[in-house]
Design a protein around this ligand. Structure first.
Ligand code: SAM
Length: 239
């Protein structure tokens, strides 16, 4: 997979080359390009923003800078992702969608965001998604890109050491994952649940499923409500 990011703060994207993502790059599973939007400016101040039509506070990023930048970085096969709090929610299901793409390009907004015509124009040539990573407002799109790329990259074959690792994660079956424990058996008077040390995998699996259901009910009842009836077995319903 090829990932390109256009930003006015290229240094913000340094973590894309660290840890798990760095290893994926070394293995040739992903390649990453980070581009400074200011390279597409023509004036001495390298200005990328201007005041908003209609008035109001803040500045808007200019279409005549973003347009040529995206023309150079994108192709017709690109899936262009524009992080914005006004976008559709980024979820694990969307991460799976992106993991099947060959080329993702991210356009990082700053200030009040990017002139809407940039998205409208790009949509005439390629698939464009405006996505939000949550109901809060960040200063810029870079942190959103780091979150999205990490969620997508770990789904790519060969990136995680154990390919089964993400199969049991939260959201894979629509539920939150339950609690995990490791050695020591007792820590500060808190003991690991007996069942996990029983060696009985049928019981362990049932316990994990119950914990997952209870945690989802307590913390994210909206997830339970969106699951179809046949997602639950008779033990689940008895809980
Ligand atoms: N005026 C915009 C609004 O109210 O919708 C907020 C702009 S925000 C200060 C600047 C940039 O941060 C956005 O263009 C976007 O790239 C990024 N951003 C902020 N919050 C985000 C979120 N929840 N999800 C994704 N990107 C976000």
């Amino acid at each position: 997979m090829r990932i390109d990011v256009v930003t006015i703060f290229p240094e913000y994207l340094t973590p894309l080359r660290a840890a798990l993502l760095g290893k994926a790059i070394d293995k040739g599973l992903i390649s990453v390009g980070v581009h400074d939007l200011r390279d597409w400016t023509h004036d001495v101040h390298k200005a990328v923003d201007d005041s908003p039509y209609g008035g109001g506070p803040g500045m808007v990023m200019k279409a005549d800078i973003w347009g040529p930048a995206l023309d150079d970085v994108c192709t017709e096969q690109t899936r262009l992702i524009v992080p914005t709090p006004a976008g559709r929610p980024f979820t694990q299901a969307v991460a799976h969608e992106y993991a099947s793409e060959s080329h993702l390009v991210f356009a990082c907004g700053r200030y009040e965001g990017i002139d809407q015509r940039v998205v409208d124009d790009a949509s005439r040539r390629m698939r464009v998604d405006e996505v939000s990573i949550g109901d809060y407002v960040l200063v810029g799109g870079e942190v959103a890109v780091l979150a999205i790329v990490e969620a997508v990259a770990r789904l790519l074959p060969g990136v995680l050491g154990n390919p089964k690792s993400h199969a049991e994660d939260s959201f894979q079956d629509g539920l939150l994952e339950g609690p995990s424990y490791t050695r020591p058996e007792v820590w500060r008077d808190l003991a690991v649940p007996d069942v996990l040390r029983s060696g009985n995998h049928k019981l362990i699996n049932r316990w994990r499923r119950d914990q997952s259901l209870v945690r989802t009910f307590q913390r994210r009842p909206d997830l339970l409500e969106s699951l179809p009836e046949d997602a639950f077995d008779k033990h689940d319903r008895a809980l």
